[in-house]
Design a protein around this ligand. Structure first.
Ligand code: C2O
Length: 316
């Protein structure tokens, strides 16, 4: 059976490192839940720009939207703090699997990785757009799969980001690209099956392992005990660069399916398709999203700026 959405009113305090917020990472709760609906087909497309190519006006919008989100009160489910906590709650054991109180719910290390993060970013982006009243607002993507995309706009960097050197030399080695999303069988791309009653973390897919996780670690601060923010699940969402990183992870899923040959498509197992999560939307409403709602970016009314894809011809 598919993984059911967690009962978020049963959020548990998780042992977080002491210097962090001692409270917990539990986002706001509600018992009123609505079902996901696709935006209408006439909704304008949001085209996510490559961060290194972003124009001044879009960068200013991005900065303003993030600042507004950060200025919302912590108990607003759309606040930056609540949104970061959503990520923490779904991966640090704060939520249990519905019907299996002894099992933590974990959305990494399995086939839930791509769809969960896609839905999470979908709402994060919509909240930002609503805050600046721009229905075309789109999250920049960190184009780390191309040498030109290494450079981040200064606004996304802080003195605690130490990642540039190892990152540049290892990821951009496209001649022996171990991570390039060309592979292989479906489950090696998506990650291992994770169904109701299963223990968490059955196994990661290729992109989740590399470069996704490496980039987290390299973007975390090695001088913090746990590599905060990006280097640790509980704190990763507190760094705005997280969302640009995941915007590109999301783009890898989109591009992978477009590789010619028609062999790369979504999993058809109904336990995957019907797995469900809960997210807060731009109107502070709690929404139930199924994996099958997340498969088609066009139906979700967003896409990505076209940029050169140097790994496309690389042999896996
Ligand atoms: Cu939910 Cu990049 O991790």
């Amino acid at each position: 059976n598919p993984i059911a959405p967690p009962d978020i009113t049963q959020c548990e305090l998780v042992p977080l490192p002491s210097e962090s917020d001692p409270s917990n990472c539990c986002p706001p709760t509600s018992t009123k839940i609505k079902n996901f609906e696709f935006p209408s087909a006439s909704t304008p497309m949001r085209i996510r720009p490559a961060a290194h190519l972003i124009d001044k006006a879009s960068l200013a919008k991005y900065a303003k939207a993030i600042a507004l989100m950060k200025s919302l009160p912590d108990d607003d489910p759309r606040s930056f703090k609540s949104q970061a906590n959503v990520h923490c709650a779904y991966c640090d054991g704060a939520y249990h699997q519905a019907g299996f109180p002894d099992l933590e719910l974990q959305i990494h290390f399995s086939w839930l990785f791509f769809p969960w993060h896609r839905a999470y970013l979908y709402y994060f982006e919509r909240i930002l757009g609503k805050l600046i009243d721009d229905p075309t607002f789109a999250l920049p993507f960190w184009n780390w799969d191309a040498p030109a995309g290494m450079q981040m706009p200064a606004i996304l960097l802080t003195p605690n980001h130490h990642f540039m050197t190892p990152f540049a030399t290892r990821i951009t080695n496209l001649r022996h690209c171990k991570w390039c999303p060309v592979p292989r069988s479906l489950l090696s791309f998506f990650g291992k099956p994770y169904r109701a009653g299963d223990d968490p973390s059955p196994g990661m897919g290729t992109i989740e392992t590399t470069p996704h996780t490496q980039i987290h670690i390299w973007t975390g601060d090695p001088n913090q005990t746990k590599g905060e923010n990006m280097g640790n699940f509980y704190s990763a969402g507190r760094d705005p660069i997280f969302y640009c990183h995941h915007s590109n992870v999301d783009r890898m899923w989109d591009l992978w399916k477009k590789i010619p040959g028609g062999k790369r498509k979504d999993i058809e197992d109904t336990d995957w398709l019907n797995s469900e999560f809960l997210f807060w939307d731009e109107n502070k409403e709690l929404v139930r999203v199924k994996v099958k709602d997340t498969l088609d970016t066009k139906k979700l009314r967003y896409g990505f700026q076209d940029v050169p894809i140097p790994w496309l011809k690389t042999k896996a």
